[in-house]
Design a protein around this ligand. Structure first.
Ligand code: CP3
Length: 345
């Protein structure tokens, strides 16, 4: 690292090394809660913001300049690498990804192409390069995990219960295995390309995997996640794995060769450590809805989380899921400062 003032607290926490203060970043830290984002978004569709590396870099940098967070996350979407392999996806504001050609059969899975990052998503590598030259903090690359990607690909959009996805898993095991294999390859290839371009850590978002019970997770998902993290381990870059409503799967996730597990707000850090036996570094877990409450309540809960988090090295402060568009920028500024001040050592 040539930049003397580079803040690497986030990377040190991922590796369970001592830090100057507890590092902080927020899921969805670039987004509609920012007036600057909304202004840029008026001019482009979501994917256009991705296609222009300078726009992507500008949006990625917004929360660094505004909030003083300790890590940046590349501005893209989990759907970004799916478009070039034949998934006809659009991002609809307030809804999320909508897909016009959902997966229904083995033939549909076989039609999916293979991702070649340099020719399919060259703008991602370019944005990563621009960002790692400019950023005073580490850049996190990311991908959606196979189950979460599959849930959109099979349902055709957001879902409450994932019954189509699960029905495909239960009734067409061969199709499911093939889909997991292909998405596993895609995640590995895509993340390795981001790392090659300069990403200093990677997060795998398995937002909806909590819809599965433990036995199904072990049978249908664990093998592909194990393959992904085993491959990423070879790169020397810290890895993070995150799911929402997935605390019943923490014991299994802890068996993966992953460096950091992300927690949602439904569990305390102490419960994750003591009851679930999590030994990885931890990231989380303030309820993003609490950011809409008065500051006293936010501070009290943050204090409680930090008191548990800093018991052991390997702790990163974050939310339990993404920031809501209704959140105030000032609240996040105050929260970041509070975490830094409270944990400075
Ligand atoms: O700042 C960041 O966190 C980086 C960028 C990022 C986005 N999506 C940008 C985005 C990241 C890391 C994601 C990941 C993502 N996308 C996940 C996993 C994390 C999570 O939040 O669970 C999932 C499930 C998606 C799918 C998706 N894309 C959803 C559910 C939505 C939100 C729909 C909405 O409008 O509320 C999107 C769209 C999206 N992705 C937006 C942003 C900033 C909003 C786009 C807009 O309308 O401007």
């Amino acid at each position: 690292m040539t930049n003397k003032t580079f803040n690497d607290n986030f990377l040190r926490a991922c590796r369970k090394e001592p830090t100057d203060h507890t590092p902080v970043w927020y899921m969805r830290q670039a987004g509609r809660y920012q007036p600057e984002y909304r202004k840029i978004r008026e001019k482009y569709t979501f994917f256009e913001m991705n296609y222009f590396p300078e726009v992507c870099a500008e949006v990625t940098m917004l929360p660094i300049q505004q909030l003083d967070v300790d890590a940046a996350i590349l501005f893209a979407d989990i759907m970004t690498p799916l478009k070039p392999i034949g998934v006809d996806v659009e991002i609809k504001s307030g809804i999320g990804p909508v897909i016009s050609n959902p997966i229904q059969s083995l033939a549909d899975v076989e039609r999916l192409g293979e991702l070649d990052p340099l020719s399919h998503v060259p703008y991602i590598g370019e944005a990563v390069k621009i960002l790692t030259e400019r950023l005073p903090v580490p850049l996190i690359g990311f991908a959606g995990a196979p189950f979460t990607l599959a849930s959109y690909m099979v349902e055709g959009g957001p879902s409450k219960n994932y019954y189509k996805t699960k029905a495909l898993m239960y009734t067409q095991p061969q199709t499911w295995t093939k889909l997991m294999e292909k998405l596993g390859d895609l995640v590995i290839t895509y993340l390795k390309a981001q790392i090659a371009a300069g990403a200093q850590a990677v997060q795998v978002f398995d937002t909806w995997v909590g819809a599965l019970n433990r036995e199904d997770y072990q049978t249908f998902i664990f093998p592909v996640m194990n393959r992904i993290f085993t491959e990423l381990k070879k790169t020397d870059v810290p890895t993070i794995y995150f799911g929402v409503g997935a605390n019943h799967l923490l014991k299994d996730m802890n068996q993966l060769p992953v460096d950091v597990l992300g927690l949602d707000w439904r569990i305390t850090i102490q419960e994750a450590r003591e009851r679930e036996g999590v030994t990885t570094a931890l990231q989380g877990n303030l309820d993003p809805a609490l950011l809409l409450a008065p500051w006293d309540q936010i501070e009290a809960k943050t204090r409680e989380i930090l008191d548990q988090g800093i018991q052991q090295p390997g702790y990163i402060f974050n939310l339990g899921h993404g920031i809501f568009p209704q959140c105030d920028v000032e609240t996040l500024q105050k929260l970041t400062k509070f975490v830094h001040d409270y944990t400075s050592r």
